[in-house]
Design a protein around this ligand. Structure first.
Ligand SMILES: Cc1cc2nc3c(=O)[nH]c(=O)nc-3n(C[C@H](O)[C@H](O)[C@H](O)COP(=O)(O)OP(=O)(O)OC[C@H]3O[C@@H](n4cnc5c(N)ncnc54)[C@H](O)[C@@H]3O)c2cc1C
Length: 459
């Protein structure tokens, strides 16, 4: 008899932790992910600003799991999940793979949301993938280069204006880091421009900075950023984004333009479409406004006790879209699978998933961060130190920890950064990548139609 088959979709915090916690279980695991790496998203902004390399924050999943013999890692984008047939269909370079399962863990996470304006993406990349971070590095450093060459003062000003949309942790961290890059690393490196004279704007449609961290810490972060000359514009809704800049509507209804070359979108997330696909096949499970699956108390979908949804794709009251939600969800689901394999699981009498809030933090600048742990709220150097230690702890792999420590050492204690190279691919490849992906999708559809037609003909 074959062993219990577990399919895991995703190699992020949810997927990787699920695979690892089944290490000693009597199961065969297939981990399918559309990326070959385990990406540590919280440090993406440091890739975008030249502190860390992409390899430092994204070790290869296959190599992390090399010694875990019960896992097979498949690179591929999941395009279909059939809850009735219990299969997952994935594609890679025009090849289709159908993987059967007994238990399924879906940890496909979330993508950037442009609130119905996907056309903004071409001008304001988000911060969700390595591609995004490298493209942003190209755009940020490229903007300083272009400003050095620009002879028209208005154009030079436009090139030196950076707008970060979204005042959550990612926006705060990135805005602070662009200032530090300009003031410390790039100081004295140009002849026509003074990088520290750049304008960094952090704007949000909401009325506060870091809303999930509460008023006190939000204000603390805001004051610190303002001290660093980051312009904070709140109650400001983006209504248009184009090559030359962005249009913003203020609370009083007036619209205004900000001419800027480099724009970053750090606002809004939308769950993977796989969530809606599963919900549609369940016995009444729904998705929320962001497309997340409103799971049962045991993180499953109705009528399918061995289909678990974890991480950013699950909607559970009180559980934020953070790494801990994904890690704890993955451990909960795998505990149930382990019990099922031993014949000890009774789906009707499962203890519900309980989230333990370990807190949240955001780094603002060198030696300054804000942190919230339970009722305890603190900021400054201690929070910065805590941020440093925790991120080191959660980075996967000894090499990556050493590399991050070394890079932080040279950039925090000194002024330099080790990852300042930019390439044309970083800056200009997005339209080409989009085109190739469209071609691949069309090719896959055409292949599926050919197979269907051949099957019909064969009777
Ligand atoms: C810039 C940024 C900063 C953040 N900072 C923090 C922080 O400081 N602290 C914190 O706790 N959290 C932070 N988060 C949130 C945290 O990273 C997420 O909550 C966490 O990654 C969720 O884990 P996940 O496994 O659900 O999804 P992810 O980690 O996003 O993983 C999803 C996986 O699914 C794969 N996938 C998606 N679709 C498919 C498909 N169709 N087929 C195959 N594979 C697919 C992806 O390739 C990926 O491997 C941050 C997020 C971002 C973007």
């Amino acid at each position: 008899m074959s062993r219990h088959r577990v399919v895991i979709i995703g190699s992020g915090f949810g997927g990787l932790n699920a695979a690892r916690s089944l290490k000693r279980a009597d199961v065969d695991i297939t981990l399918i992910s559309k990326t070959t790496t385990h990406l540590f998203q919280p440090l993406l902004y440091q890739v975008a600003t030249g502190i860390l390399s992409e390899g430092d924050v994204a070790p290869t999943t296959r190599l992390i799991l090399r010694k875990q013999k019960n896992v097979r890692v498949l690179w591929g984008e999941v395009s279909a999940i059939d809850l009735k047939a219990k299969t997952v269909t994935s594609h890679l370079m025009g090849m289709q793979t159908v993987t059967p399962y007994d238990s399924l863990i879906v940890a496909a996470g979330a993508q950037q949301s442009y609130f119905g304006h996907d056309e903004y993406a071409a001008f304001a990349p988000g911060m969700k993938s390595i591609d995004d971070a490298l493209e942003l590095r190209g755009r940020i450093l490229g903007a300083f280069e272009a400003a050095e060459v620009a002879t028209d003062p208005a154009e030079r000003k436009r090139r030196l204006t950076f707008v970060v949309v979204g005042a959550g942790p990612t926006g705060v961290e990135l805005a602070g880091e662009i200032v530090q890059l300009a003031e410390r690393t790039l100081a004295g490196a140009f002849r026509t421009i003074t990088p520290s004279e750049c304008r960094v704007i952090l704007l949000d449609a909401a009325s506060a900075v870091l809303p999930p961290m509460g008023e006190k810490l939000g204000l603390k972060a805001q004051r610190r950023l303002e001290k660093m000359d980051v312009e904070i514009q709140l109650n400001a809704m983006v209504t248009a984004v184009d090559y030359m800049g962005i249009t913003v509507k203020d609370n009083d209804g007036t619209e205004r333009r900000i001419e800027c070359a480099c724009k970053v979108w750090a606002a809004g997330v939308a769950a993977s479409p796989l969530g809606a696909m599963i919900a549609a096949q369940s016995d009444g499970t729904e998705t929320d406004r962001a497309g997340r699956v409103i799971v049962e108390p045991d993180l499953t979908v109705k009528g399918h006790p061995y289909v678990f949804v974890v991480g950013d794709l699950m909607s559970v009251p009180g559980v934020p879209g953070m790494a801990q939600g994904a890690i704890q969800g993955a451990h909960y689901a795998t505990t149930l699978i382990k019990q099922a394999v031993k014949g000890h699981d009774d789906p009707a009498n499962r203890k519900p998933f309980a989230y333990f809030d370990k807190g949240s933090m955001a780094l603002i600048s060198r030696y300054s961060a804000v942190a919230k742990v339970g009722k305890l709220e603190f900021g400054g150097f201690i929070a910065w130190l805590a941020w440093l230690l925790l991120h080191l702890l959660y980075l996967v792999g000894f090499r990556n920890r050493i590399a991050a420590m070394f890079s932080w050492g040279i950039s925090f204690l000194g002024r330099t950064r080790g990852q300042m190279a930019i390439t044309s691919q970083m800056m200009y490849a997005r339209p080409v990548v989009d085109w190739v992906e469209r071609q691949a999708q069309e090719g896959t559809l055409a292949a599926a139609e050919r197979i269907e037609a051949a099957e019909k003909q064969a009777g």
